[in-house]
Design a protein around this ligand. Structure first.
Ligand code: KG4
Ligand code: ZN
Length: 347
């Protein structure tokens, strides 16, 4: 089976073509156009602007994904030759203006090409980046989703069968990275920027809070950490202490370690409680080196002995390959005339 997937939930316009056989899912093409550089000018995503960029990029991105996957395909009269079996699209959650561009485009293409249309939840899509390629997870597994808008722990019992264990009560992990980066005058998106500085800093220089690390549930809270960082920077300013680049690196290292410590502790707790031997991590923050290293170290502990699955960095941040992969395992076509984008879709 060959599926074309479309993802436009935020500031990335993405299209991918994937195929499956008995053994594995393979990427034929995976194209992402990001308006992050434009958004960076304003320190974050402006929904209206992101939607306008989606409109500009959607057709060229789909065309590029198709011609990369099928180089022999004629560039005109696609409808006569299109060798795909279905179209998958992110139907939510996300920014409504951005979502609408992908959903309406997918509806039109599904109708014109007479192909089944498979709506995919963006959050579930993130997890399915782990099912691309050879070494796929087995059930049951604990899923940790860490993105710009979500921090969730999920117990997966099978495809389409999962239990929500907990999530953030305020800021998401990625949001915390982004907001702390802004406090440090670093550009958007902040996660990779903090990570870069952190590699030259000392994690022990600042004793930052690890909110809810010992709470009995699987919930998270990151807004207190951001406030602690804001207070620290304010104190530096008031006391006119030297806010050197070394201090900035140490602060970045402290922020990264605090976020990672909480994520690792809660994932570990869920793994132990539900006695699972597989952990899947997904979302933009899963591209973080420190998180990867610490989760790997903990999951290798003999008492846990769990297999860890983290997608390559380009499949952690928003892309259409993950959405397409999810469609192979959650194949529930819908009526292209009635599908609606849902910005508030939950897990
Ligand atoms: O999954 P994603 O691309 O978009 C959403 O669905 O939200 O995640 C974006 C988030 C941003 O907050 C960004 O700062 C964070 O992922 N991020 C990282 C890294 N790369 C992206 N955070 C920490 N370390 C990274 N290397
Ligand atoms: Zn995402």
């Amino acid at each position: 089976m060959i599926i074309l997937g479309i993802e436009t939930s935020c500031d990335e316009t993405a299209a991918a073509v994937l195929t499956n056989d008995a053994k594995r899912i393979t990427i034929l093409s995976n194209v992402v156009a990001s308006s992050a550089a434009l958004q960076a000018k304003y320190g974050g995503v402006i929904p209206e602007q992101a939607a306008r960029e989606q409109i500009k990029s959607i057709i060229p991105v789909i065309q590029e994904a198709l011609s990369e996957a099928f180089p022999q395909l004629p560039t005109t009269n696609y409808q006569l030759h299109i060798p795909i079996d279905a179209i998958a699209v992110t139907s939510g959650p996300g920014l409504i203006g951005s979502l609408l561009v992908g959903v309406e485009t997918a509806k039109v293409l599904a109708t014109v090409w007479n192909k089944p249309l498979v709506p995919i939840n963006h959050l579930i899509g993130h997890f399915y980046a782990n099912w691309i390629g050879g070494k796929i997870p087995t059930f049951p597994c604990i899923g940790l989703l860490v993105s710009g808008g979500h921090t969730d722990l999920v117990l997966f019992k099978n495809h389409g069968k999962y239990e929500y264990l907990g999530g953030t009560r305020d800021d998401a992990a990625g949001e915390c990275f982004d907001k702390c980066a802004r406090l440090l005058n670093l550009p958007y998106p902040g996660g990779p920027e903090i990570s870069k500085l952190a590699s030259q800093g000392d994690t022990l220089s600042f004793n930052l809070p690890r909110p809810m690390i010992d709470s009995k549930d699987f919930d998270f809270s990151f807004s207190g950490l951001k406030t602690a960082v804001a207070n620290l920077i304010h104190t530096f300013e008031v006391k006119k202490s030297s806010y050197t680049s070394k201090v900035k690196c140490d602060l970045a290292a402290g922020i990264e370690q605090a976020i990672v410590d909480v994520l690792v502790a809660k994932t570990l707790k869920a793994t132990q409680k539900y006695k699972v031997k597989q952990i899947i991590v997904a979302g933009g923050v899963a591209a973080n080196r420190k998180l990867k290293d610490d989760l790997r170290f903990i999951s290798n502990d003999l008492r846990i002995d769990a297999k860890l699955h983290i997608p390559p960095p380009e499949l952690c941040t928003d892309n259409a390959a993950m959405v397409t992969s999810a469609a192979f395992f959650n194949y529930h076509p819908t009526d292209p005339l009635t599908l609606q984008a849902n910005p508030n879709l939950s897990l």
